[in-house]
Design a protein around this ligand. Structure first.
Ligand code: ATP
Ligand code: MG
Length: 184
């Protein structure tokens, strides 16, 4: 599952896991960012929001180790909370490049969007994170980049992409829609 920061991935995923667990499904949710940060911490990094500012080659190294850690899981359903791209000083780099896709072999992609204004407000009210400069124009641009990146993932893997809108106050509906759309 991909989506730009503040679109509501983690909120949506927590709801999906709750629904699936109520149906006695063996589901595991992984935050790719958290996993990468754990790998980076083992290599001396202390601030999560510094991760995306490291040289891309360094991030790619941690990204690959994180992908290999994911393959150690054997739950029935594994949902990965991640980004289609990361906004680094060198430019947008893919969250799911070919070498990661070959390791994790995803069966489905879910691309989460929301209205740019909703994303803006969600980012503004979350003060636990050290976010990049937030403008509406930039959010619109990021939604476009997301769409291109996830289409490329579909072409590389052959797996389908489901686009979902996480409307304001409608997390339950969006979660149920994703579950039924991907046949869980
Ligand atoms: P990041 O990539 O930074 O981890 P995220 O996509 O996981 O971001 P969340 O942390 O899930 O985003 O959500 C960001 C904020 O938006 C939170 O305050 C959350 O409560 C709120 N939010 C998420 N979905 C909705 C919704 N459908 N309606 C209203 N608020 C929402
Ligand atoms: Mg999140």
């Amino acid at each position: 599952m991909v989506g730009i920061p503040g679109v509501g991935k983690t909120t949506l995923l927590s709801k999906m896991v709750e629904i699936l667990k109520n149906h006695e499904r063996n589901v595991y949710m992984i935050s790719y960012g958290t996993l990468m940060f754990e790998v980076a911490q083992e290599n001396g990094l202390t601030d999560r929001d510094q991760l995306r500012k490291l040289p891309v080659s360094k991030q790619q190294h941690f990204q690959k180790i994180a992908a290999e850690k994911i393959t150690g899981h054997d739950e029935e359903i594994i949902i990965i909370d991640t980004h289609a791209f990361i906004n680094s000083p060198e430019g947008y780099y893919p969250g799911l490049p070919e070498y990661v896709l070959k390791i994790i072999k995803p069966t489905n992609f879910v691309s989460v969007s929301a209205q740019p204004e909703e994303i803006y407000n969600r980012r503004m009210k979350d003060d636990t994170r050290n976010r990049d400069k937030i403008t509406l124009a930039n959010i619109k641009k990021e939604l476009n980049v997301q769409s291109g990146m996830i289409s490329a993932c579909a072409v590389i893997t052959g797996a389908p992409v489901r686009h979902v809108l996480n409307h304001e106050g409608k997390v339950d509906e969006a979660a149920a829609k994703i579950i039924s759309a991907i046949g869980l």
